[in-house]
Ligand binder design. Structure first.
Ligand SMILES: [Zn+2]
Ligand SMILES: [Zn+2]
Length: 328
């Protein structure tokens, strides 16, 4: 079987590997069909690292994935032939975070395409059935969107979005759009801002109000910061209403955040950090069903596994809101 293996920065090879044969109890074998390319894959490709996560040995990329079950181990109720979306992070199940339901914070999590764990850009893989979510009514291209949408679902939960809340999303990339869909599904009134006209165009195409970043005075109940930039974080604080919530999602050059702590105190602002997600896949799949048409913006660019090295080498990533690699 073929796999997209990152050997070193700027060196991605399509490699022939052995297919997994023995399926352990509780596992399924999945013929992978669709894997979305994420900013983190591109980052590992270009830099060989993200913060303290360093690629030290060859690693398969990809974590936004869906496929079709083609084998099941003992004690599995899923069936051969089912479309499944794969949740990419397998937590330990025993630590205090796992036991209290915030398994996204598990220090022992094994997450696709986070060194040294191989990712989903391979034609077959074994996965715990408990982290494979059936989506028989969706195509694999749709089902793989459950990963980026999960980030939005979790962010909206952490920010306690409700009916009629006025929400601003800073940054109209894939994470910002996922957050906008999730917030709208909860009854919020959502607007996005960005400085990239192409992203604004796509946000409009997806049916959202989107505008060029500005120093407008309007304030919002909740502001989602999806850029990770200093300007974005400062903007989040100036655009949040007194008593409102800032949710920080975008991971940029962090270290010192330009938040004004006195302003946070006297205006009673709640600041929440959102890292990955937990228990979101059923909700993310429901979002895909609900916003079926509008989510087509994420499926406009498809490439084959063989085209991936050229795609990354020529930096075509930035030209599309999302690119989906077809396997098998
Ligand atoms: Zn991703
Ligand atoms: Zn754990």
């Amino acid at each position: 079987m073929l796999a997209a293996v990152l050997k070193a920065p700027h060196c991605l090879e399509i490699e022939d590997r052995d297919e997994p044969e023995d399926i352990p109890a509780g596992f399924v074998r999945v013929a992978m069909k669709s894997v979305g390319i994420c900013g983190s894959d591109v980052h590992y490709y270009q830099e060989g690292r993200i913060a303290d996560f360093v690629v030290r040995q060859p690693m398969v990329l990809g974590h936004e994935s869906a496929g079709i079950i083609n084998g099941v181990g003992p004690d599995v109720s899923l069936k051969v032939g089912q479309v499944v979306a794969l949740e990419p992070g397998i937590p330990c199940g025993h630590c205090q975070y796992c036991r209290t339901g915030v398994y996204n914070l598990c220090p022992y999590v094994r997450f696709f395409a986070t060194p040294p764990v191989d990712g989903a850009l391979q034609q077959f893989l074994l996965h715990p059935a408990a982290f494979a979510f059936p989506a028989d009514d969706l195509s694999p291209d749709e089902a793989c969107l459950a990963e980026p949408l999960s980030v939005g679902v979790y962010a909206v939960r952490q920010a306690a979005i409700g009916l009629g809340h006025e929400v601003l999303v800073i940054g109209a990339g894939p994470v910002g759009l996922a957050t906008a869909f999730a917030a709208e599904s909860q009854g919020a009134l959502v607007g996005l801002i960005d400085i990239n006209p192409e992203r604004l165009r796509v946000a409009h195409q997806a049916g959202f109000e989107a505008a060029f970043s500005s120093h407008e005075a309007k304030q919002f109940d909740v502001v989602f910061e999806c850029t990770g930039t200093q300007a974005g974080i400062r903007g989040a604080q100036s655009r949040v209403r007194t008593g409102g919530t800032i949710a920080l999602i975008g991971m940029g050059q962090s270290a010192t955040m330009p938040l004004d702590s006195l302003d946070i105190i006297v205006r009673g602002i709640r600041v929440v950090g959102v890292f990955r997600y937990a228990n979101t896949y059923p909700s993310a799949l429901a979002l895909i069903r609900r916003y079926h048409e509008r989510l087509k913006i994420f499926q406009a660019n498809r490439i084959s596994l063989g085209e991936l090295p050229h795609f990354l080498a020529t930096e075509q990533y930035g030209h599309h809101i999302k690119t989906i690699v077809s396997l098998n």
